[in-house]
Design a binder for this molecule. Structure first.
Ligand SMILES: Cc1cc2nc3c(=O)[nH]c(=O)nc-3n(C[C@H](O)[C@H](O)[C@H](O)COP(=O)(O)O)c2cc1C
Length: 286
């Protein structure tokens, strides 16, 4: 669909029948893809294979420990995915306010921020916390170009930040999904079943049924991935409109923040906010 370069995501997850990841990586190399985002478990062998072919690797992870391991394995940069995110949130539930600052404090390689971003205010915040940029999943689902049914885009617009469910925690494979009937039923079984047998929820969390949702537009047909950021999404713009708006908002947000602060001045005795300096917001104009 594009004449421009693009990257490929390779997600390495526990599966009943594990896919042949080395074969997938080989296709990526053979097709001349220059940038790959790895995500999920133990990317070691795949990273080695892709690096040997000169691929730039971005690894997405939800903890600083995993980020540090990935750096040791030779990834070029990281995508730090906070607990707000859609999909695999990991098992440690650390939100981006902490995770991004930890990344800034500890990682020696550049990183982007992922999970919970939809607008320019979020972008400005991510940059302030030390990220080089943002990655957006749920927000891009709600664009004109996203090849999914209009009903699903509308379901996201109508949803709030509270409309997600965490599914499969019991098996340490936690996924943040849209809180529809199927996801709620799966969680109910997960929480109440005395057996702990995955087979009892397998039918509910079937990826095959989930993919049908995007085609048939029935939001309750199967489980599908969505993040808390749904609460910030109110329209279905084109990608161009979205990115132009985000850029404008980010500049506005940063300008407004800058306006709170003025270098070289001093707070006058007549100020109506004498505590400003105590609260550390610099030389207040108030
Ligand atoms: C429909 C959908 C499918 C996704 N599939 C994958 C996937 O296969 N592999 C992966 O690493 N991340 C996947 N993600 C997660 C995104 O790449 C990204 O990390 C996440 O959406 C960021 O959170 P956000 O939705 O708040 O922007 C998916 C997200 C969505 C919304």
């Amino acid at each position: 669909m594009t004449k421009y370069p693009f990257g490929v995501n390779l997600t390495l997850l526990p599966a009943l029948v594990p896919p042949d990841y080395a074969a997938y990586a080989q296709v990526i190399i053979d097709e001349g893809i220059k940038i790959v985002e790895t995500a999920g478990n133990s990317p070691g062998p795949v990273i080695k294979q892709l690096k040997a072919a000169g691929t730039t690797i971005l690894h997405k992870c939800t903890t600083i420990r995993h980020a540090q391991s990935a750096v040791k394995l030779g990834v070029d940069f990281l995508s730090i995915d906070g607990f707000e995110c859609a999909g695999h949130v990991g098992e440690h539930d650390i939100t981006n306010f902490i995770l991004l600052s930890r990344a800034r404090q500890t990682l020696g390689v550049p990183f982007i921020a992922s999970g919970g971003f939809a607008d320019g205010h979020g972008l400005a915040a991510a940059l302030a916390l030390g990220a080089c940029g943002i990655n957006m999943g749920t927000r891009f689902m709600c664009t004109v170009e996203a090849p999914i049914h209009q009903n699903i885009k509308q379901a996201i617009v109508d949803a709030q930040e509270t409309d997600t469910e965490l599914v499969l925690r019991r098996w340490r494979n936690t996924s943040r999904l849209f809180a529809n009937k199927v996801a709620k039923a799966a969680v109910q079984i997960e929480k109440t079943s005395p057996t702990g047998k995955f087979e009892e929820v397998a039918e509910f969390v079937s990826g095959k049924r989930g993919r049908q949702v995007f085609l048939n537009g029935d939001k309750d047909f199967g489980v599908w991935t969505a993040g808390q950021v749904m609460g910030l999404i109110h329209d279905v713009p084109t990608c161009e409109e979205l990115l132009t708006r985000i850029e404008k908002e980010a500049v506005e947000a940063m300008t407004q923040t800058q306006a709170l602060y003025q270098t070289g001045g001093s707070v006058e005795k007549t100020t109506n906010n004498p505590g400003a300096e105590v609260y550390g917001i610099g030389k207040s104009k108030l």
